[in-house]
Structure formats: C-alpha cells, structure tokens
Design a protein around this ligand. Structure first.
Ligand code: ADP
Ligand code: MG
Length: 378
C-alpha cells in the first residue's frame, strides 16, 4: 500500500484524499488549520505549522511520497521534507511557480508568450515603466502569496502620479509594508493589462516515467478575479481545434521543461488576435479541473495521486450522459461562492448535475464553499 503525504488541508487536499482511497493509497494530511476540509475525510492528520521541523520529520517518516495541494507552503519546509522523502512536484518546480517573476521568466525561456511584464522593486521603476509603456494600463502584482486576485492593483494609463503612488502603497501592505523591498528577486511585477477575448486553462499530468496526459482545454469565466465558471471543452468559436492543440502542446512543453512529476495547471489568455499568452502556472490540481471529478474517465485528483505515486496515468476522455455528446452539449462547472452555498438543495434536484460541498465553516463573500458540475445541451 502506498502512503501519500499531502501538505495542505483545503478542498483540493480533501478531493485528492477521496480520489486516493479507491487506489488503496492511504493519505496523511499535514495542515496548520483545525477542522480543515481535508481532515474531515481522512483520519491521519498532523496538525502543526508548516515550519515545525519536528512535526515535518515525523510526517515524512510516516509516508512514502509527499505532495502539496497549495503552493504557498514555505519553500524551506518543502526542501527539508525533500531531503527525507520524495516530494512531487519537485521543490525546484515549486520555487519557480511560487514567484511570479521567476515563473514568467521560465515561461518566456521556454519560448512561450506571456503579457509584457517587468520586475519592480522601487516606485521609481514603476514610474519609469509608465513613461516607457505610455498609454498602457498596468496591473501591479505581488510576486508571492497572491491568489484569487489578492495582492493586485490596476493602474490605468491615465491615472495621475499621486494616485499611482497610493496604489503602490496599497500593495506594499502585502509585502510586509516595505515598498522599497531589498533582496535579489523583485517583490512585485508590473504587467500590461490584456484585453483578452477569453481566459482558458489546460491541466497536464506527467509521471516519473515521462508519460503525459493533457486534459481538454477549458474556458474559464472569472468574476471579481475569482473563477466563477469553467466550460469544457472550450467553445470552438473561442478556440478552434488547432488552437486547442496548440494549448495542449504549450502545457506539455512546460511540463517537460519543468521535469514535472504530478499535475500542472496552465492558465492562459486568448488574445483578440487568436493567440495564446500564458498567465500563470499552478503545480497542483486546480479549480478549472474540478469538472473532471464527474465527467472525465480519470479526475485531476486521481491523476495527481497516480502521477506522484509512480503509477500509470489514466485516460482523460470526457464522459457524457447517454444522448449527450460533444456535438450537442457542454460540461459546466460552477463555483458556489459565499451565499451561493444556500442554493445547494436546488442542485440535488437537477438530473445531470453533481454537487460537491467542501465542509467549510465560515461562509464569507467570494469564499469557495463548493462547486456543481452539470451537463447541458448547447
Ligand atoms: P491569481 O489567480 O493568483 O489571483 P492571476 O494573475 O491569475 O492571479 O489574476 C487573476 C485574474 O485577474 C486573471 O484570471 C484575470 O482575470 C485577471 N488578470 C490578471 N492579470 C491580468 C492581465 N495582465 N491582463 C488582464 N487581466 C488580468
Ligand atoms: Mg490565476
């Protein structure tokens, strides 16, 4: 029996542990959170801080292989664990994907396009960039710890200097109040705002033998910077088959260059000109892959367990209910954010919908409380 350690106790860890059970893989969750969604579904839990080396060492001793469901685990802790047991995806992959400047640099070095971007350490650099990119709206982002649009601020081209400085100060709060951060890596990046035609993603899994499986390209609709809905496969009017192939090829290139073992989410912008820009990477299951739990031969969670455990990968064909197929229907995953949770009984009455609730206590606005995936005629 394979014993899998999972760092992080959120809904991704919960769904991974549930997917591991049918493969006979026994999961051990490491989380600092009391009553985490993952700990509700598996009895083996270490409740400790991510930098507690005593707890990390005994966690490592109790498992065969370690993965994570959340990329903001301190890198030093992941490196500490990697000296004791295999950690997949590797600490090198995590280091790149934890830092937006390293990540964008890596993507560009693979010959893959992103929006224009620049590492920023000083307000004067931002001002100089505004001069250089005259007329260009900018998004300033913290390089680390951002998620669901947190740690980002938009600076329109027409914004006066004093307002730009206030936005700068606003973001400085996220980097410990030190706007003039010191260190070898920039704490912030400035990106050109892309007036994209659509957002999309490809999930790709790869195991240590180098076997790869790319999931169908998904269309993602965000509201307030948070994923609201995913449609699979992406509608051909947004991404014709050749572009879908190209997106999967990009994901495969990134997975191979990272020497990925595990799963990688590749978030993309589709430009008005019909090209692909990679937005960001996540080396773990991703919200835009949740549809695969109910409408795919192998879910992204099972696939992650297979990939990190050294097992063969599973097929990724979309499973349609009888009478439904790609020509007449689409798969729609909808997040239940905050108060959306109250509508969950409605979804149980829907004949082609599958409901997942995450067992979270606090129902805050915009918080991911669950999701529902349904098949619908076009
Ligand atoms: P995170 O998901 O970590 O919060 P992202 O960089 O993916 O950070 O940004 C969240 C969302 O904000 C994106 O999905 C997109 O809708 C929007 N966004 C981010 N960067 C840009 C950009 N350069 N141009 C246009 N929209 C952007
Ligand atoms: Mg994102």
């Amino acid at each position: 029996m394979i014993r899998l350690g999972i760092l992080g106790g959120g809904q991704l860890g919960r769904m991974m542990a549930l997917a591991a059970a049918p493969l006979g893989v026994k999961c051990h969750i490491f989380t600092p959170d009391v009553d985490s969604p993952a700990a509700q579904v598996t009895p083996i839990v270490t409740l400790a801080d991510y930098d507690d080396q005593v707890a990390l060492a005994s966690f490592a001793a109790s498992v065969d292989v370690i993965t994570y469901e959340f990329e903001n685990i301190p890198l030093a802790s992941v490196r500490f664990l990697a000296a004791l047991k295999p950690v997949y995806p590797s600490p090198e992959t995590l280091a790149i994907t934890q830092h937006r400047a390293l990540e964008k640099n890596f993507i560009n070095e693979c010959g893959i396009d992103t929006v224009k971007w620049r590492g920023i350490t000083l307000f004067a650099q931002l001002q100089a960039l505004r001069q250089e990119w005259i007329g260009q709206d900018i998004i300033l982002k913290t390089c680390q710890m951002g998620y669901d649009g947190k740690g980002q601020v938009k600076i329109p081209a027409a914004c006066p200097d004093d307002e730009a400085e206030r936005s700068w100060q606003e973001l400085a709060k996220y980097i410990g109040g030190r706007p003039e951060f010191e260190g070898s890596l920039p704490p912030l990046i400035a990106e050109a705002v892309e007036n994209f035609a659509a957002e999309a993603s490809v999930m790709i899994a790869r195991n240590a033998a180098g076997e790869c499986q790319a999931y169908p390209m998904a269309e993602n609709r965000h509201r307030n910077h948070v994923l609201a809905e995913t449609i699979v496969p992406i509608r051909p009017e947004l991404a014709p088959p050749a572009l879908q192939d190209q997106a999967q090829h990009i994901a495969q290139t990134l997975a191979e260059k990272l020497d990925l073992v595990g799963i990688l989410a590749v978030e993309m912008f589709l430009t008005q000109a019909g090209t692909i820009l990679v937005n960001e990477l996540a080396p773990r299951p991703h919200n835009s892959g949740h549809w695969s739990l109910d409408f795919c031969l192998t879910s992204q969670f099972e696939q992650t367990v297979r990939a990190v455990s050294g097992l063969p990968l599973g097929g990724v064909d979309i499973l349609y209910p009888a009478g439904y197929d790609a020509s007449n229907s689409q798969i729609i995953m909808q997040n239940l954010l905050g108060d959306d949770l109250d509508h969950w009984p409605h979804w149980l009455k829907h004949p082609l919908a599958k409901l997942h609730l995450y067992g979270k206590g606090g129902k805050m606005p915009g918080r991911k409380m669950g999701h529902v995936t349904r098949c619908e005629k076009i």
